[in-house]
Ligand binder design. Structure first.
Ligand code: FES
Length: 126
């Protein structure tokens, strides 16, 4: 399973929006550093956060247990079900926000990481 990722700081710096239809096309053409934009594979039994770390990327986290939202990502495309227990309000979950420490993609996916800087998520930070 392959994940295409983009740093939310790039989205904010460029003045883009998470729901831009061409968000990942713009990212692919942007010449960004591999830490900010790229793709990696997620192995079985790996969380999304672990997969990023195994690629050498330092994505934000704190609790690693679904209790703090520091590791939040926005799923733009793909299936990434959450386990039953996590701290996210239903409204954010419905908008595709996930906690990378406790989810793994079930299909190829496009995700924006670092969305703890998104105002709605930032308000929840513990
Ligand atoms: Fe705390 Fe993922 S690191 S919820």
């Amino acid at each position: 399973i392959e994940v295409e990722y983009l740093n939310y700081e790039v989205v904010a710096d460029e003045g883009w929006n998470l729901d831009d239809d061409d968000l990942f096309e713009k990212a692919a053409d942007g010449g960004f550093d591999p830490a900010d934009y790229g793709r990696f594979h997620v192995a079985e039994n790996e969380s999304l956060l672990e997969a990023a770390e195994n690629e050498g990327y330092a994505w934000p986290f704190a609790c690693r247990g679904g209790a703090c939202t520091n590791c939040a990502v926005a799923v733009v495309e793909g299936e990434m079900p959450s386990p039953a227990s996590h701290i996210l309000p239903q409204e954010l979950h419905d908008r595709g926000i996930r906690l990378s420490c406790i989810v793994a993609p079930e299909s190829d996916a496009k995700i924006v990481y670092n969305v703890k800087h998104l105002p709605e998520v930032h308000d929840l930070l513990l």
